[in-house]
Write a protein that binds this ligand. Structure first.
Ligand SMILES: NC(=O)c1ccc[n+]([C@@H]2O[C@H](COP(=O)([O-])OP(=O)(O)OC[C@H]3O[C@@H](n4cnc5c(N)ncnc54)[C@H](OP(=O)(O)O)[C@@H]3O)[C@@H](O)[C@H]2O)c1
Length: 281
């Protein structure tokens, strides 16, 4: 474990899980490089917590990410804790999501995560220590109906996280996946905005699927207590400060039922469970 004062970098620090994590790391004594697009939000955080540095970067733009990574490499103080948290979802059956929207989503959720990891690793290797926390999702283990593109990006995050954990263990660098369930942040609002009016553009064949999946999801949510981003930020702090962190942490509404079933059932059994749970056949 890398102790303060050390530098931590948190992406998606302007809101939700990333914001709560940046504040907790700053309070623990880390210098926190806070990355997001909304500069006013980052400035407000920095005004409240002098150990937080605002870094406005649009992670969907490879050139901006590359420029930011050059700055990381040139910095005297290496990044000891990297929290790859920035991400968003777009909804829709696979046929309804434009390829350019899928590419953009992967730039933020996946390629920026790899690029930032590559930029921070030389410093971590020199120190022979460091922690990389990748915020995945329960949908990194299975897709909800109509969230295939987002789930694919989190499957990709899971794959690279598993690979990094093996590659970096001999060098003393810890790599942890965080799998939140449904957490009350701006996430759902952003997903609705990024999706647009999918029902208006979908072919008639899919309309019953969307309506059924929505109704089932509403029913599932109505039966559960909401959880806030603090729950996940605490897990991230646990991953950063534990002597021996777990490979992955899962928490939040929906995680128990769906991850539980995913572990218990084989692929065919899980498909049958999902089709029945969402009343799709
Ligand atoms: N909330 C959930 O139910 C849930 C469940 C599972 C997993 N997750 C994962 O948890 C992570 C955090 O999500 P959240 O729930 O805290 O959502 P959120 O409140 O919407 O926060 C998302 C953060 O990502 C940043 N971001 C988005 N696009 C960006 C871009 N192009 N460049 C730079 N930063 C960007 C946003 O900052 P700006 O808009 O200022 O750029 C914001 O700070 C995500 O990876 C998400 O997939 C969330």
């Amino acid at each position: 474990m890398i102790t303060p004062p050390a530098t931590a970098l948190v992406t998606g620090a302007s809101s939700g899980i990333g914001r709560e994590t940046a504040v907790r790391l700053a309070k623990a004594g880390y210098t926190v490089m806070a990355v997001a697009r909304r500069m006013a939000r980052l400035d407000e955080l920095a005004a409240q917590h002098p150990q937080i540095e605002p870094w406005p970067v649009d992670l969907s733009q490879p050139a901006a990410v590359a420029q930011f990574c050059e700055m990381i490499a040139a910095r005297a103080e290496p990044v000891g804790v990297l929290v790859n948290n920035a991400g968003y979802s777009t909804r829709g059956v696979v046929e309804d999501v434009a390829l350019e929207d899928i590419r953009r989503l992967f730039e933020v959720n996946f390629f920026a995560l790899i690029r930032l990891t590559q930029a921070c690793l030389p410093g971590m290797r020199r120190m022979r220590q460091g922690t990389i926390v990748n915020v995945s999702s329960i949908v990194g283990q299975f897709p909800f109906p109509g969230s295939g593109v987002y789930a694919a990006s989190k499957y990709a995050v899971e794959g690279i996280t598993d690979a990094l954990r093996i590659e970096l263990a001999p060098l003393g660098i810890r790599v942890v996946a965080i799998r939140p369930g449904a957490i009350a942040t701006e996430f759902s609002e952003v997903a609705t905005r990024m999706t647009g009016d999918v029902l208006a553009r979908t072919p008639g064949d899919y309309k019953p699927f969307y309506q059924q999946a929505r109704a089932a999801m509403d029913e599932i949510f109505a039966a559960r207590q909401a959880a806030g981003p603090e729950l996940i930020a605490e897990l991230i702090i646990e991953a950063v400060t534990a002597k021996e962190p777990q490979a992955a942490y899962t928490a939040g509404p929906l995680s128990g039922e769906f991850i539980g079933r995913r572990k218990e059932l084989d692929d065919d059994g899980f498909l049958a469970f999902m089709l029945e749970r969402f009343k799709l056949i």
